[in-house]
Design a protein around this ligand. Structure first.
Ligand code: TYD
Ligand code: MG
Length: 474
């Protein structure tokens, strides 16, 4: 056998290079290259293969059987249940709740399928104790604590396994690879072996992968292209909400999210997340706006909070949690240049309540409303909702799924919705009764509304400080 070549694999992006350097040439990460043997190097020429039976694309398509965990939030993110023969990667920060979620899923699936849960991180007793807390102790899940992939696959050969859960891929190792567990070549090789096993036996394999910022453990990113579906489990440690987000799915739609709440008894589904995310909101406080977002196919109402404070330093601070920094900078520039709102000497803080992250540009209008409200110390109209993208000239642009967003707002008792003029004629009136629709063509219209309101209240409020502020900034 030819001697294996040494390669330097980036533990972050998986790129290989033949020479070591401090920085990966592909992802530009520092200190991420680790020496590993190139096991993929061919040792022989291509042998003669068997001929394949090609088939017509147009022949009858059989829908693959799907297995439901009956945890609705999980099933939806999987595209309507798990498909036999598919490999699903569940990624997320350590401690976010991946093992908890999968133990709950395992317990539910064990009613219909043979479920094998292999933990490489916890001892059997630890898993049992957790199961007790989750009240799933009596389910028929087969447990093992193991890290050798050879052992795992050999042991599964003789069983009627329908689902295999590997927790986590970073702890697994195969004998034929010299590299340490958690390195790119181990993680990649083990995943490949598991994929082959899943396809051969037509079983579901769920792989847990930790996402780490350090270069010491290979991130699941190197596996994303290999598996059939990738789900990320996210959330802020300090918050009890957890979001399961589908980022890739060969058997269904992506961008779906499932919302869970971490409780003493494990993860509970949140079936109506909108009411939850805005439940602690106070209508009477300035700087708070509600945005109707879309996550996958689901409308979701969120609270955007802004705080504008005089800046103590020459360069004002801009801090954002749950939204894009650059987008805030852009919106502030549009407010200053197009609407004449002076924010140059003020610190701006923006927060999306509940620890969620908004990725849609449609949140621009809600952010602008929250900022204007915070700046003028004017609460927004009671039970109002904002939705629209803002362009560089200050125009309010149309957004997709407007009707679904409005329906959700209506369901939760909202009274008015500020939406883009563009595309608003298409919404059916049946969907909008009891919800007053306010159409905005430009951001200037929204800003002018604040100016007039600011003057009105300044008469009611004899606070000279606020009056002065409003003269200056209003
Ligand atoms: P875990 O599932 O072990 O995370 P991961 O597998 O992603 O590393 O989750 C661990 C956290 O979840 C831990 O901080 C405690 C918390 N937790 C609860 O709050 N309630 C519970 O019922 C369980 C099982 C865990
Ligand atoms: Mg775990």
């Amino acid at each position: 056998m030819a001697k294996s070549k040494v390669l330097y694999n980036c533990q972050e992006c998986g790129a290989s290079q033949s020479k070591w350097s401090g920085q990966c040439q592909s992802c530009e990460g520092w200190n991420t290259l680790v020496e590993e043997l190139d096991d993929a190097a061919p040792t022989q020429g291509l042998r003669k293969g068997i001929s394949l039976a090609f088939t017509d694309l147009s022949s009858v398509c059989e829908n693959p059987p799907r297995f439901l965990s009956h945890i609705t939030e999980f099933d939806r993110v999987c595209g309507g249940g798990l498909v036999a023969g598919s490999v699903v990667l569940v990624g997320g920060d350590p401690g976010i709740g991946k093992s908890t979620l999968l133990l709950q899923v395992a317990a539910r699936l064990s009613k219909d399928l043979g479920v094998y849960y292999v933990s490489g991180e916890e001892a059997i007793n630890q898993v049992r104790m957790r199961a007790e807390r989750l009240k799933v102790k009596d389910s028929k899940v087969h447990l093992a604590a193991a890290t050798s992939l050879n052992d795992i696959i050999t042991s599964l050969e003789g069983t009627k396994a329908g689902v295999v859960i590997i927790d986590s891929i970073q702890t697994m190792h195969a004998d034929s690879i010299a590299a340490a567990p958690g390195s790119v070549s181990q993680v990649r090789f083990c995943t490949q072996a598991l994929i082959r096993f899943a396809k051969k036996r037509n079983i579901i394999v769920i792989i847990v992968g930790h996402v780490t910022k350090e270069g010491t453990i290979a991130g699941p990113r190197v596996l994303e292209h290999m598996v059939d579906a990738v789900l990320y489990f996210e959330g802020e440690r300090g918050h009890q909400f957890r979001i399961l987000r589908g980022v890739k799915n060969r058997f269904g739609a992506t961008d779906e999210i499932g919302v869970f709440e971490m409780t003493q008894e494990g993860l509970q589904e949140v079936l109506n997340p909108s009411s939850l995310f805005i439940s602690e909101r106070d209508d009477q406080i300035s700087g708070s706006a509600v945005f109707a977002g879309i996550e996958g196919t689901r409308p979701l109402l969120l609270e955007v909070q802004a705080l504008v404070a005089p800046s103590a330093f020459g360069t004002p601070r801009r801090a954002v949690v749950g939204w894009d920094n650059n987008r805030l900078a852009m919106l502030l520039a549009v407010l200053e240049t197009r609407c004449g709102v002076n924010l140059g000497n003020r610190d701006v803080y923006l927060n999306v309540a509940g620890g969620l992250r908004i990725q849609e540009p449609a949140a621009d209008l809600a952010v602008a409303a929250a900022l204007l409200s915070a700046l003028t110390d004017q609460p927004l109209p009671k039970a109002s909702l904002f939705c629209g993208e803002v362009g560089l000239s200050g125009e309010v642009r149309g957004v997709a799924h407007l009707e679904a967003r409005l329906k959700e707002a209506q369901k939760l008792g909202f009274e008015s919705a500020y939406i883009p003029t563009q595309g608003s004629s298409k919404i059916k009136m049946t969907a909008t009764k009891s919800l007053e629709i306010m159409r905005l063509g430009t951001l200037q219209e929204l800003a002018s509304f604040f100016n007039t309101k600011a003057q009105n209240t300044s008469q009611n409020q004899p606070d000279s400080k606020i009056l002065e502020e409003q003269k200056k900034y209003g």
